[in-house]
Design a protein around this ligand. Structure first.
Ligand code: ZN
Length: 644
C-alpha cells in the first residue's frame, strides 16, 4: 500500500500537463506489488484458509478499502483525469485508450470524486465499514458450514444413498476423525445429493433446515444484523452520490442500466416459472402418494421426489449417469472444446509450485506453441475452502508493462472419492466445471493492453456470458460421445441414454427458475427499497416472497443471511446470470444456425469480440459486433422450456 501510495502521489503532484501516458497509463501501471500480494492473500483466504489468514484478512481489509477510497477521492488526481476527459476528442487516442479514459473518469465520479470534502469523508468511512462487514459475513457462513455435520451411523441412516455419496460421506467422516461412520456437511456437493437420495424424511428435514439457516445459526455469528447495516450504508452511499437507491446506483454501470429493465426481464420469466413449478409439485405429490407418502410435499422433499420422478419419466438417475462423468475426462473435454474453438493447447506441469497438493496446473499455449498462460484447477471440497465454485486469477493479462501473461484458477467443491477411486461427477457438476472454465477462458484469451479492462473485468451482467455460453458445448453429442465414457468399461455413453438426457433437459426447470429468480428478485428489492426501514431481514424476506407468490415448497436458492453474492460484487446483481443467459442462448444459436457447433468463422468472431476483448468496448456494442443485432429474450424462454 505504501508503494502504491507513493506512485499515486507522483502521478497526482507532477507539474507536467496531463497526458494519457503520464496520467491514465501511469495509473494502469501503478499498484503492481499491491495487486500481486492481495491476489495471493484473497485467493488463499477463499481456498485454503485458517484462523491466522482470517485474522489477517479482517485486519487488512478495512485499510485496503481506505487505500482504494483515498485514491479515488484524490482531488489533484481527479483534476488530471477530468482535464483529459474534457479534451478526449483531441487527444488522438486509440479506441482502447479512449475507452480506458472514459472508464477511469466514470469510476472516479461513481466513487465520489465530485463530492465536497465532508461527503467524501463519509464515503470513505462507509466503504471501510462495508469492506469489514462483507468479510465478517463470509467468515460467518464458512464457520456455520464447518461446524454443522450430520453423522450417519449404520445402514438405517444411509437408506437410499447411492455408492458415490456413501464413499464421499465416509471420507468426510474420516476427515473428522469419525472412522467407520458417514458425515453429511453443508457444502452443496454433500447436502444436495443427500437431499436428493436420502429415504429418511426426518434426516432430510434436519439437513435442509440446517442448510437454509446458514448465517443465522448462532448469536455469535448472526449475519442478519450485518445485512441490515450493509443495506443501510449502501443506501446512504447511493444517496450521497445522487442516486435514488443503491440498486439505481449499481445498475447505472451495467448493461441493464436501471432496476426497471431488470424487473422487466424477471417479470418475463417469473409467472411462467411459478406455473411450471406448480405443475411439477403436483407430479411430485402424486409420486409421493404412489409410494404411500401421505403428506404435503415440503421443501426437503422436493429434490428427493424430483429424483424419483426423473427416474420414472426418463429412466435417468444420477447413479446411471455418474459413471460416465469422470472428473479427469470432463477436464479434458473442456480443454478439447477450447482447442477446437480457439486453437489453444494444454499441458500439465508438475514442476510448478502450488498452494495446496490437490491443485493441478496446466500450461496453456497457442497453435505455434507460444505461452498463453497458466491454468490452475482446484477441484475438491475441503473444510478450509469457501463453498461454491468460482474463477479467479493470480495475475491478469496486460501489455502496458511488457507482455504479462495470465495465471487463472478454477475452484470447485466436488466431493473427493476414496483413495485410488476416480472422482465421478453429477451432470450438474460437469456443467459447473464447463461454466467456470468458460470464465477461465475469458481470462486466458484476454488480449488487451490495459490491466483494468483485462479478461473478466467487464460489466457484471455481461461477465456470465462467456461462462454460460461455454456450458452449451458439454451437452453436444460430439463432446459427450468422446468424453462421457464409462470409467470402468471405457465405453461411450449409449445413444439411448444421450437421448434421454437431452429429453430431460427441461425437467424440474420450474423449480430451478423459481429458486433462482426468487433470490434475484429479493436482492433487487433489498437494494431498491429496503433502505430506510430498521430492517428485520427475515420479515423482509418473508413479506417480499409472499407478495411475489413464492410457492411454499421452494426456498430461495440463497437466503439473505448466507447470500454471499450480494455481499461481494453481486449486490443488486444476482439477476446478472439471467441477463447473461438471454445472450448465451441467443449466441449459441449462431453456431447452431451454421450446422456446426465448432464453426470456425463463428468461433473466430466469438474469440475476437467476446473472449479476448475484455472491457475494451461497451458490452452491448461487443455483443452486436459478434451477433449482428442486440440479444433477443426468446432464446432464453425456449431454452428453459417455457415457450415452444
Ligand atoms: Zn459464473
Amino acid at each position: 500500500m505504501a508503494a502504491h501510495k507513493k506512485e499515486i502521489a507522483q502521478i497526482a503532484v507532477q507539474t507536467a500537463k496531463p497526458t494519457f501516458a503520464n496520467t491514465i497509463a501511469a495509473l494502469e501501471k501503478s499498484g503492481r506489488l499491491l495487486d500481486r500480494v492481495s491476489r495471493v492473500l484473497f485467493n488463499l483466504a477463499g481456498t485454503d484458509t485458517n484462523e491466522e489468514l482470517q485474522r489477517i484478512e479482517r485486519e487488512v481489509v478495512p485499510p485496503l478499502a481506505a487505500h482504494q477510497t483515498n485514491i479515488m477521492l484524490n482531488a489533484k488526481l481527479f483534476r488530471r483525469v477530468e482535464d483529459l476527459y474534457r479534451r478526449r476528442s483531441r487527444l488522438r487516442l486509440t479506441d482502447e485508450q479512449a475507452r480506458v479514459l472514459e472508464l477511469h473518469h466514470r469510476w472516479f465520479v461513481r466513487a465520489g470524486a465530485k463530492l465536497n470534502r465532508k461527503a467524501k469523508a463519509r464515503v470513505a468511512a462507509i466503504n471501510e465499514r462495508l469492506a469489514l462487514l462483507a468479510t465478517q459475513f463470509a467468515q460467518n457462513v464458512l464457520k456455520d458450514e464447518q461446524s454443522w455435520r450430520l453423522v450417519l451411523d449404520g445402514e438405517r441412516d444411509l437408506a437410499g444413498l447411492p455408492p458415490a455419496l456413501r464413499v464421499s460421506a465416509a471420507r468426510a467422516a474420516a476427515d473428522m476423525g469419525l472412522d467407520g461412520k458417514h458425515a453429511i456437511t453443508l457444502s452443496r456437493s454433500s447436502v444436495e445429493p443427500f437431499l436428493q437420495f436420502s429415504a429418511r424424511r426426518d434426516l432430510r428435514e434436519e439437513a435442509f433446515n440446517a442448510w437454509i439457516k446458514r448465517g443465522e445459526m448462532s448469536d455469535a455469528r448472526d449475519n442478519r444484523g450485518i445485512v441490515a447495516e450493509v443495506v443501510r450504508l449502501r443506501a446512504e452511499l447511493a444517496s450521497l452520490l445522487g442516486y435514488e437507491s443503491y440498486a439505481h446506483y449499481t445498475l447505472d454501470d451495467t448493461m441493464a442500466k436501471t432496476p426497471a429493465a431488470v424487473q422487466d426481464l424477471l417479470a418475463a420469466v417469473w409467472p411462467a416459472a411459478v406455473r411450471r413449478a406448480a405443475e411439477e409439485r403436483e407430479a411430485l405429490a402424486r409420486r409421493a402418494r404412489s409410494e404411500g407418502g401421505n403428506f404435503k410435499i415440503a421443501a426437503w422433499d422436493w429434490r428427493y421426489f424430483a429424483e424419483k420422478e426423473r427416474k420414472a419419466l426418463y429412466d435417468l438417475d444420477d447413479a446411471v449417469t455418474r459413471p460416465y462423468f469422470k472428473l479427469d475426462n470432463i477436464i479434458v473435454a473442456a480443454f478439447d472444446t477450447a482447442t477446437r474453438l480457439f486453437g489453444i493447447g494444454f499441458k500439465e506441469r508438475l514442476d510448478v509450485p502450488r498452494y495446496h497438493p490437490n491443485v493441478r496446473i496446466w500450461e496453456v499455449t497457442d497453435k505455434r506453441g507460444t505461452h498463453v498462460g497458466l491454468f490452475l484447477g482446484d477441484y475438491f471440497a475441503r473444510p478450509s475452502k469457501r463453498s461454491g465454485a468460482w474463477m479467479s486469477s493470480f495475475r491478469s493479462q496486460s501489455k502496458v508493462t511488457g507482455n504479462v501473461r495470465p495465471i487463472i484458477v478454477n475452484v470447485m467443491n466436488f466431493a473427493q472419492s476414496a483413495e485410488g477411486e476416480p472422482t465421478l461427477l453429477s451432470l450438474d457438476d460437469a456443467r459447473t466445471l464447463f461454466h467456470e472454465f468458460g470464465h477461465a477462458l475469458h481470462g486466458l484469451l484476454s488480449n488487451v493492453t490495459y490491466p483494468s479492462i483485462s479478461g473478466t473485468s467487464v460489466a457484471r451482467d455481461f461477465v456470465e456470458l462467456p461462462s454460460q455460453l461455454f456450458e452449451h458445448w458439454l451437452m453436444e453429442p460430439e463432446v459427450l460421445k468422446r468424453f462421457a465414457v464409462h470409467h470402468e468399461t471405457g465405453k461411450p455413453m449409449p445413444q439411448k441414454l444421450l437421448a434421454r438426457i437431452k429429453k430431460a433437459r427441461n425437467f424440474n426447470q420450474g423449480f430451478a427458475t423459481v429458486e433462482y429468480a426468487a433470490s434475484a428478485l429479493v436482492d433487487m428489492e433489498l437494494h431498491a427499497t429496503a433502505a430506510n426501514q430498521d430492517l428485520d431481514v427475515n420479515a423482509f424476506e418473508h413479506t417480499t416472497l409472499k407478495r411475489l407468490g413464492m410457492p411454499s415448497e421452494i426456498v430461495m436458492r440463497h437466503r439473505i443471511p448466507h447470500f454471499l453474492h450480494i455481499m461481494g460484487g453481486y449486490a443488486a446483481g444476482y439477476y446478472s446470470y439471467l441477463w447473461s443467459e438471454v445472450m448465451d442462448a441467443d449466441a449459441f444459436a449462431v453456431f447452431e444456425e451454421t450446422g456446426d457447433v465448432f464453426d470456425r468463422a463463428t468461433a473466430r468472431k466469438l474469440k475476437k469480440h467476446i473472449y479476448a476483448a475484455g472491457n475494451a468496448r461497451d458490452p452491448l456494442e461487443a455483443y452486436v459486433a459478434f451477433r449482428g443485432r442486440p440479444p433477443d429474450v426468446k432464446g432464453l424462454l425456449k431454452k428453459r422450456g417455457f415457450s415452444s
